[in-house]
Design a protein around this ligand. Structure first.
Ligand SMILES: Nc1nc2c(ncn2[C@@H]2O[C@H](COP(=O)(O)OP(=O)(O)OP(=O)(O)O)[C@@H](O)[C@H]2O)c(=O)[nH]1
Length: 322
């Protein structure tokens, strides 16, 4: 469902004339979980196309966000954070990242400015060293959350980690040096026409974006292992028949899957209070995304140990390798 064959996407559109020297192509951000990859992609695209949270490993799919510039079109593929796999879901995520790495024109290796380089970063730097044909730009993220001194030290530490085409410190939060990052990434793209129409910010289907917004709302405030146990499937999404003078309205029915009945109780909350909050938060974001009123019906269902079961992963749309 989330086609990774980027070669297929390189077919140029029948676009109006583009300036000579126009560049287009794909970039992919990699890094440990929670280093700010999705937030950076959203900031570069200028719209929320990937969900984010304080929890590591929020991103489960590769998401494509599109950055438009007068001289280039950069398609950013956001990937789940690389880590040592512990579950089948973890393994699938890792191989998903690896298969994406070999297909892009430039890789952005994200390391947060304010955290010491750890084993996770070294492990990924080692993986990247094997990608000899693809330029790697090191992006030192979250510079707003670190002191100037820390940023300077981190730049030196990152330099020592491997061979990078460039090292750019950025803050998705304040927008600092995002233009430099885009410039540098675009500089590595091949010359070619735009691949997407100018108004497109993502090629994710709306249903997927809606499901992700529900998951994001459900992740807020939950503790421990629960975040990784929640998956969302949009079961139905349909425009309601409204009178000509009434505003457009879309009915959405979605299921939130958890792994155990005890988790179901947590997600629903006392007298359904938590689920109501999740629904209200998600509805707000979905209405902003779709630009119309939304009726949102959420059900919580148990799919026992879905993270370890290939059949269930497939049903939840998380088995992207087969
Ligand atoms: N202060 C600050 N916080 C940031 C910045 N970018 C991201 N964050 C925060 O860092 C956390 C993780 O951000 P994400 O974008 O979800 O990180 P990720 O690397 O995509 O995470 P995974 O999906 O786990 O791989 C969130 O709480 C963000 O708000 C930044 O530039 N400055």
């Amino acid at each position: 469902m989330n086609d990774l064959d980027l070669e297929k996407l390189r077919t140029p559109l029948a676009m109006p004339a583009h300036p000579e020297g126009f560049r287009s192509g794909f970039a992919c951000f990699v890094g440990r979980p929670n280093v700010g990859k999705s937030t950076l992609m959203n900031a570069l695209v200028g719209q929320k196309v990937a969900i984010t949270s304080q929890r590591p490993q929020t991103t489960r799919r590769t998401v494509r966000g599109i950055v438009h510039r007068p001289d280039a079109q950069l398609i950013v593929v956001d990937t789940p954070g690389l880590h040592k796999p512990r579950t089948l879901l973890g393994e699938r995520l890792d191989s998903l990242v690896r298969s994406t790495l070999v297909e892009v024109d430039v890789i952005g290796f994200c390391v947060p400015a304010g955290e010491p380089i750890g084993r996770g970063d070294t492990y990924i730097a080692g993986e990247l060293a094997a990608q000899t044909n693809t330029p790697v730009v090191a992006l030192v993220t979250k510079t707003d959350a670190a002191s100037e001194e820390q940023v300077a030290e981190q730049l030196l530490a990152v330099e020592r980690l491997g061979e990078w085409s460039d090292i750019v410190p950025v803050s998705a939060e304040t927008g600092q040096r995002l233009d430099v990052a885009t410039d540098v990434l675009c500089g590595h793209l091949p010359e070619g026409p735009p691949l997407y129409p100018e108004q497109d910010r993502t090629d994710e289907p709306e249903e997927i974006l809606v499901g992700e917004l529900v998951r994001e709302a459900a992740l807020e405030g939950v503790r421990d292992e629960l975040p990784h146990s929640i998956a969302v499937v949009v079961d139905e999404m349909e425009s309601r028949d409204t009178a000509a003078d009434e505003p457009e309205m879309i009915d959405i029915y979605a299921s939130l899957y958890v792994e155990r009945p005890s988790q179901k109780a947590i997600v629903i909350g006392g007298k359904g209070s938590r689920l109501r909050d999740v629904g209200a938060r998600a509805r707000q974001h979905i209405e902003a995304l779709l630009g119309c009123r939304v009726f949102l019906d959420l059900r919580v269902r148990v799919a026992k140990d879905w993270q370890r079961d290939p059949k269930k992963l497939r049903k939840l749309g998380l088995d992207q390798q087969t």
